[in-house]
Design a protein around this ligand. Structure first.
Ligand SMILES: NC(=O)c1ccc[n+]([C@@H]2O[C@H](COP(=O)([O-])OP(=O)(O)OC[C@H]3O[C@@H](n4cnc5c(N)ncnc54)[C@H](OP(=O)(O)O)[C@@H]3O)[C@@H](O)[C@H]2O)c1
Length: 252
């Protein structure tokens, strides 16, 4: 039975587009006040306006999460202005796929910097606040949800760097899950297949590479992933949804 998130505060990264944007909107509709984070401030302002127009509450925070100080600043500002932190959803990420001989070290660095380092940089300062929420909030539970990927479960040709970062996210999640289970900080991973977002625009040829592998199929929508995140965080305290793999039904 889904619980209401009224009175809780969530941070959603990658909120300027795609999965993060949709997740922020969905959590706000469920009652959470959402701190929305990405680099593109104009997109965040638009999203905040849309959330407010729907009766929700949002705090846009423009930050580049590949800088540890900016990531820590997001957590500090959220707690200073909104008073607490119950939920962190890590959705910020980039995907630069293609034949390894065509990719540069810089392409791999960019994925490591945001998909892994950025996620670690914001998670570390968030943990004490999430543990405090799990101990003292009315629901007595807090949530950390990491958006990994099917590519964090199964490796494939021409996606080595992305696989490395997303396997890292999946492993990081499982380790934290075990460490904080008794404290009622639920740590979950969502592993989507192909979702219709800007992710496949990050490098020319990514979309074509996917179609070559799986054919022309109907993609998931960002709201499908937002619904999965909402399912995780609105479950009552005694239920932990550890991992959700979610693919388009035609993705083999
Ligand atoms: N779409 C898919 O098929 C799919 C499948 C599996 C997993 N995923 C994962 O889902 C997550 C969301 O991706 P998406 O599909 O929604 O793609 P997207 O529409 O391109 O969104 C990526 C988000 O990450 C943010 N971001 C990138 N670099 C950042 C940085 N340095 N600092 C702060 N924010 C940064 C972007 O905002 P700014 O550019 O404004 O900073 C944007 O909001 C990613 O982790 C991706 O790997 C996606």
């Amino acid at each position: 039975m889904a619980e209401n998130l009224t009175g809780t505060v969530a941070i959603v990264t990658g909120a300027s587009s795609g999965i993060g944007q949709s997740t922020a909107r969905t959590l706000a509709a469920a009652g959470a006040t959402v701190a929305i984070v990405a680099r593109r401030a104009d997109r965040l302002e638009e999203l905040a306006a849309a959330i407010r127009a729907e009766g929700g509450a949002a705090l846009p925070i423009a930050a580049d999460l590949t800088h540890a100080a900016q990531a820590a600043g997001v957590v500090e500002r959220t707690v200073a202005e909104l008073g607490r932190l119950d939920t962190l959803v890590n959705a910020a990420g980039v995907m630069l796929n293609g034949p390894t001989e065509e990719l540069t070290l810089n392409d791999w660095d960019r994925m490591v910097d945001i998909n892994l380092r950025g996620l670690l940089y914001i998670t570390k300062p968030a943990i004490p606040h999430l543990l405090a929420a799990a101990e003292t909030s009315p629901r007595k539970v807090a949530d950390l949800v990491n958006i990994s990927s099917v590519a964090g479960r199964f490796a494939a040709a021409t996606t080595a760097g992305y696989n490395a970062t997303k396997f890292g996210v999946t492993a990081f999640t499982e380790s934290l899950r075990q460490e904080f289970a008794k404290q009622h900080l639920r740590v979950s991973v969502v592993e989507p297949g192909r979702v219709d977002t800007e992710l496949f625009d990050h490098r020319e040829g990514s979309a074509e590479g996917f179609t070559a592998m799986f054919g022309p199929i109907e993609y998931l929508k960002p709201t499908d992933i937002a619904d999965a995140v909402a399912y995780i965080v609105t479950n009552p305290r005694h239920v932990a949804i550890n991992e959700i793999v979610i693919r388009p039904s035609e993705q083999g």
